[in-house]
Design a protein around this ligand. Structure first.
Ligand SMILES: [Zn+2]
Length: 167
């Protein structure tokens, strides 16, 4: 989990830094204020607003809110995409696969019991982990400003510049 978080954070920082470095004349709308990453991750894991820690980040099980009901922070431009599912599989795989190997090698455990235990662990694990992973991803994207909008907009800008200069 720690390794995954570190890799993802580094990746988000690189993406975010790349956009600000390569767009010197960036508009004020694309500028994101300094935000603390680790408190945001903590609030995201609790499925709370990464800014105030009070308002709910998700409605129902997985649907993200458009804005915080307490502080009004806008989350409408943040999309976690398949990141939470990837993180959930990464975490649960490290639990389920060793358990599967253990149960598969133990001849005293009947196959129906092994399958039942594995299914239960997987279902409960996904139910617990997936919304928290989604909260963490939304909080990370919020904290780093890596919504992807600047990145794609900047790429279009670069392409247009190249065409203008005849390349
Ligand atoms: Zn809030």
């Amino acid at each position: 989990m720690a390794a995954f978080a570190a890799v993802r954070i580094i990746r988000l920082f690189i993406i975010n830094r790349g956009t600000t470095m390569s767009s010197p004349a960036s508009s004020p709308a694309t500028k994101t204020p300094e935000r603390s990453v680790f408190p945001a991750i903590f609030n995201g894991f609790r499925r709370r607003c990464p800014q105030c820690g009070e308002g709910a980040l998700l409605t129902g099980y997985l649907k993200p809110v458009g804005s915080c009901s307490t502080c009004g922070e806008d989350f409408s431009k943040i999309s976690a995409d398949d990141g939470p599912a990837w993180a959930t599989l990464l975490v649960l795989g490290h639990v389920v696969v060793p358990l599967m190997l253990y149960l598969g090698r133990d001849d005293t455990v009947p196959i129906w019991l092994a399958i039942g235990v594995l299914m239960l662990v997987m279902l409960v694990g996904v139910y617990f982990t997936l919304p928290r992973a989604k909260g963490v991803f939304i909080a990370l994207i919020w904290a780093t400003g890596a919504t992807g909008e600047d990145f794609t907009a900047n790429n279009h800008h670069v392409t247009a510049d190249r065409q203008d200069s005849g390349q």
